[in-house]
Design a protein around this ligand. Structure first.
Ligand code: ADP
Ligand code: ASP
Ligand code: MG
Length: 444
């Protein structure tokens, strides 16, 4: 089946967060063009499933059951509102019941990571099942593509593009005449065939993996805002949409905290050179943001911030820059599978920042062999993204000037042509973002 040129559209939790929203999405996607539609769980669902799992880990099935019952009641209400006919309402109730029965079955026995992954998968399975029935009730020629049959990660927990492409193609070929293919974001199987997921917010990743697998003409990420804004709208009062981003710029922003995109989502699209468009379900006519390979010269695009960062400084007891020293330091982080975000060096020491503190104590113990180690917790990386080629004059000075009243722990510039990053205290984040908006975009 020739899939080249199809579009892949992903709708996030808020976009399918109520019966009415689902009906609006159905209208949006039913435009006569053949497409693959990736859906998240209805908003709040995955968080609630995490809460249920937490109760079960703590061996509190009563607590878990209370939340399960509440969530199921919510879904029954959604079903009542979504469907017009008693036939489909019954189908909807049966669908919801089967998933909640499965969740309940896990309240009785030993609860491990494996069971948790199965519970977390139910949100996307329900939302896609609901949408598929709704489209069928409306007479649309839609089919469900089971993501668990084609979305898979390998032994390194990385998606396996060859497997995905082959199995997805097989699934599509089972329904060559369908107009709309609905599938689940976020969920997958791991290398052992167990149910797993692509991490929280991972439905964006599903969409770009599918886009790359079918050589889509475009990947659209539909959400609750009109594209990537030039600063975090949850923190800064006045922000505006950025119309164009280069893949690298979008990847930097996503990695450094712009929640609108999952950090890994850009990579498959970039390698397959498929444009990604960020669009607003609440305002479908809005232009949104187009992410592609073109760079806009001489422009700073946006600012993002990433929390929960820990800074570690190693001051060498001997001469630091003796060759081999940095290798030894990096090997310690590598051996604990902890990636480093920022690095700054001087003649006497090196500072790095990490966000994964799972092995912090072991890392610190190992580092102490090489010098005096100090740690700063509750830090945050503020990242300014745009055309920051070193030959452009004035941009880094402008960003630095905006940080005039903020204590800055580390600065990183020159690692790529696209960003300058500051490490500051988390409690200074809001002031820093506001000041940057004012200095760089005359907003905020
Ligand atoms: P979805 O459920 O559709 O995946 P998300 O909540 O994951 O949606 O992402 C959309 C949210 O990202 C927006 O509501 C907004 O609050 C937040 N966000 C954070 N930074 C940015 C940014 N720079 N531009 C746009 N949205 C952002
Ligand atoms: N439902 C999942 C989550 O809330 C995946 C997603 O929405 O992208 O993390
Ligand atoms: Mg998201």
């Amino acid at each position: 089946m020739n899939t080249i040129g199809m579009k892949v559209l992903k709708f996030g939790g808020t976009s399918v967060g109520s019966a009415q929203r689902m009906q609006e999405v159905a209208k949006l996607i039913n435009d006569g063009e053949r497409k693959i539609v990736v859906l998240s769980a209805m908003s709040g669902t995955t968080n609630t499933l995490v809460e249920i799992s937490d109760y079960l880990y703590k061996k509190n099935p009563e607590g878990a059951n209370e939340i399960i019952n509440r969530l199921e009641a919510k879904y029954r209400k959604h079903i009542d509102e979504l469907y017009a006919t008693s036939e489909y309402r019954q189908k909807g109730w049966d669908l919801v019941k089967s998933h909640f029965d499965l969740i309940r079955s896990y309240t009785k026995d030993l609860f491990t990571l494996f069971e948790e992954k199965v519970i977390l998968a139910q949100g996307e399975l329900i939302s896609t099942g609901m949408m598929n029935y709704y489209l069928q009730e409306c007479g649309v020629n839609a089919v469900l593509l089971p993501a668990l049959e084609f979305m898979r990660t390998d032994k390194n927990a990385e998606p396996d593009p060859v497997y995905i492409k082959e199995k997805l193609q097989m699934q599509l070929e089972l329904h060559p005449d369908a107009d709309i293919y609905i599938t689940q974001g976020f969920i997958c199987r791991n290398a052992y065939g167990e149910i797993d997921n692509l991490q929280r917010g991972g439905s964006d990743y599903t969409a770009s993996l599918i886009g790359a697998a079918v050589q889509a003409s475009e990947i659209q990420i539909w959400t609750d805002i009109d594209g990537m804004h030039n600063n975090d709208p949850r923190i800064v009062d006045k922000t505006s949409p950025v119309r164009h981003l280069q893949f690298e710029e979008a990847a930097e922003l996503a990695y450094f905290g712009a929640k609108i995109l999952h950090p890994t989502c850009i990579q498959p699209a970039k390698y397959a050179n498929i444009p990604v468009r960020l669009l607003n379900t609440m305002d479908p006519q809005a232009e949104g943001t187009l992410i592609c390979n073109d760079t806009e010269k001489g422009r700073i695009k946006a600012v993002a911030a990433k929390d929960n960062i820990t800074a570690i400084k190693i001051k060498s007891s001997r001469m630091l820059l003796a060759y081999g020293f940095l290798r030894k330091v990096f090997e310690i982080f590598e051996s604990y599978q902890t990636s480093i975000d920022m690095i700054c060096t001087s003649e006497v020491g090196v500072s790095v920042s990490i966000d994964n503190v799972k092995h912090l104590n072991e890392i610190l113990d190992d580092l102490k062999k090489y010098g005096t180690v100090t740690v700063d917790r509750d830090m945050c990386i503020v990242c300014v993204v745009g055309d920051l080629d070193w030959e452009n004059l004035g941009f880094e000075a402008k960003a630095l000037d905006a940080m005039r009243d903020i204590p800055v722990r580390m600065i990183s510039y020159g690692g790529s042509n696209y960003n300058i990053s500051f490490l500051i205290r988390e409690c200074d984040k809001k002031a820093a973002l506001q000041s940057l908006s004012k200095a760089l975009f005359n907003e905020g």
